[in-house]
Design a protein around this ligand. Structure first.
Ligand code: DGT
Ligand code: CA
Ligand code: CA
Length: 575
């Protein structure tokens, strides 16, 4: 049974979580977390490395013990270490601890005083007002718990796009190995680059349909086969991801691709256009009477209703058909248009690589500038920098820039926005930087008006360039904080500062709707990796996908500018 790097990483994360619950040695816990990241970002499947006889202990952060565990997992799909830990951990504890705001102490109170062991029990208790009376809890924290559970339960059905991509790519490779298979495309929300996907919708054209179907349902990763027909099948993978597969004849490929790419709202609008022209459009083709007049390609389908090709990311029924009709579709940004990245962390705060390693990785990813933006002192869990350490880094970057070729490091900071809207470091040091990225890392629960005021005040500081992850959401974990985004966008435009689209798969923040609002207000968006390791520049792809969903063009994105054009935009016009 092939084991993927993501599976191994997941097992290591689980071990770390359980060790954490048991109060184990922090260094050991950290070793597992680091190993999980190393494995996840490796870029080559460990199973392949093993076949090549590569010594796994040569990987960063992988010692003998971890290498043994990896080998065990590759061999058996699991490890006894995790099984034992699970047996030693009370039922439900890990999921309770994962809720934001619930630490070991509060969970203990819930278990001992209310006999709560599962998320569902906790939801019931919170809903009936039993939680608020416990010491250390109140009506407000009860409400927060309830909300966090809803977010978690509703999110668990959907998977992050970047995670789904790993499973999708393996599956596509597997399908391509069949000689019968011609084209394989993942359609659905995946193709529209939606931040999370409910399931994968795969379309295949093939010489012999039955070969593809039987190959698909016998994929090693398949846990359950829900349906297995002649031209369609549905399975659930071990990861929990559901996959629909359809085999279609080449004459219908474009029509099927269009249909299964969706969205439903877009499909309905296009079908209506067809009806107005006396045509019938479905997943088999475009028909006039009994005659098929188009549908082998998507382009032919669009042409049949008098439209130019509409990129999948725009197909949400949010005005793309009208824009296409008037020939005013945006020319969407592409990954290759990004010239730099304005948000990254080195070892100095909570990153894992040196300045030089990050610079070289960014250069390899095709970028010509990279801003180093460590956390500031207020965020002590991330080893935030104080004035003295930041001053040292400024000098280190100046020195390094004299040696670097093909890339320039910019001096920045991801400075905490304090509760009153002040910044965590004084102007004397901020003035020495190329840019100041402001971010909220605390007090997520302020009332909407106060949260909005806080951000506006921060943007009004003398040195403020860019608002990082503006809504603060963590997909499936934490909702966006309450804030008046319309007002933030307006103020950003008036201040001459900018908004970030953070490309971390769990953030993708700004979201698509807010990207479009920013564009309409003339606010520039910066698509940043927020890299904490050298492999993280790969996340820029997802940032670009989200930007495309937000109708952004090259001109709307700050970091498509060459460095010389960028520099004046980093300095604020207002004092
Ligand atoms: P998801 O899976 O929840 O992330 O979102 P989608 O968009 O991938 O939705 P899914 O998997 O239910 O269906 C795939 C596509 O098939 C969908 O985007 C549009 C098309 N589709 C599904 N049901 C209908 C329908 O009832 N009418 C029309 N016109 N299209 C449909
Ligand atoms: Ca889908
Ligand atoms: Ca589906």
């Amino acid at each position: 049974m092939p084991v993927h790097n993501v599976d191994i990483a997941e097992i290591f994360e689980q071990i770390a979580d359980l060790l954490d619950i048991q109060g184990d040695n922090p260094f050991r816990i950290r070793a597992y977390r680091n190993a999980a990241r190393t494995v996840r970002d490796l870029g080559t499947e460990l199973s392949a490395l093993k076949i090549q006889g590569v010594d796994l202990t040569r990987l960063p952060g992988i010692g003998k013990d971890l290498a043994d565990k990896i080998n065990e997992i590759l061999r058996t799909g699991g490890t006894t270490a995790l099984k034992k830990l699970k047996q030693a951990t009370p039922r439900g504890l890990p999921e309770l601890l994962k809720l934001p705001g619930l630490g070991p102490k509060r969970v203990k109170a819930l278990q001992e005083q209310l006999d709560i062991h599962t998320l569902k029990q906790l939801r019931a208790a919170a809903a009936s007002g039993k939680v608020r009376s416990l010491p250390g809890f109140g009506p407000k924290s009860e409400q927060q718990i309830l909300q966090a559970i809803e977010t978690q339960l509703s999110a668990s059905a959907r998977m992050l796009l970047a995670t789904a991509a790993q499973y999708a790519q393996s599956l596509m490779e597997y399908l391509h190995q069949s000689k019968a298979v011609q084209e394989v495309v993942v359609a659905g929300s995946y193709r529209r680059a939606k931040e999370t996907v409910g399931d994968l919708d795969i379309l295949v054209t093939a010489a012999k349909t039955s070969d593809v179907m039987s190959r698909f349902v016998s994929y090693d990763e398949v846990k359950r086969v829900l349906a297995h027909g002649e031209t369609r099948a549905t399975v659930i993978l071990r990861s929990g991801l559901q996959v629909d597969l359809r085999v279609v004849p080449p004459v219908s490929f474009g029509a099927a691709l269009h249909y299964f790419t969706g969205s439903k709202a877009h499909n309905i609008a296009v079908r209506r256009l067809g009806q107005q022209r006396g045509m019938k459009i479905n997943e088999y083709g475009v028909f006039k009477g009994d005659q098929r007049i188009a549908g082998a390609s998507e382009a032919s389908l669009f042409e049949s209703v008098g439209l130019p090709f509409i990129p999948p990311e725009l197909r949400e029924g949010r005005g793309e058909i009208e824009a296409a009709t008037r020939d005013t579709l945006p020319t969407l940004i592409e990954l290759k248009h990004l010239k730099g990245d304005l948000h990254s962390h080195s070892k100095a705060s909570d990153g894992h690589h040196t300045l030089r390693e990050l610079a070289e990785a960014a250069n390899k990813a095709g970028l010509s500038y990279l801003a180093i933006t460590e956390h500031s002192r207020h965020l002590s869990v991330a080893h935030g920098l104080d004035e003295k350490r930041l001053s040292g880094q400024i000098e280190a970057i100046d020195r390094l820039n004299e040696e670097l070729k093909g890339i320039t490091l910019l001096k920045g900071i991801e400075v905490d926005i304090l509760e009153d809207g002040g910044l965590d470091l004084p102007d004397t040091i901020l003035s020495r930087l190329d840019l100041v990225v402001g971010a909220v890392h605390s007090q997520f629960n302020l009332p909407r008006k106060r949260q909005t005021e806080r951000l506006v005040r921060a943007m009004n500081q003398r040195y403020f360039t860019l608002l990082a992850h503006p809504s603060g959401r963590l997909l499936g974990k934490r909702k966006a904080y309450e804030v008046d985004m319309e007002r933030i966008i307006k103020e950003t435009s008036q201040r001459g500062c900018h908004l970030e689209l953070n490309a971390q798969p769990q953030r993708l923040d700004l979201n698509d709707i807010h990207c479009r609002m920013a564009k309409d207000a003339g606010v520039l968006v910066s698509i940043n990796s927020d890299a904490h390791r050298s492999g993280d520049f790969a996340y820029l792809t997802y940032g670009v996908g989200q930007a495309r969903r937000g109708w952004l063009e090259t001109k709307d994105v700050l970091n498509t500018r060459a460095l010389a054009q960028l520099r004046p935009l980093l300095k604020q016009t207002m004092g």
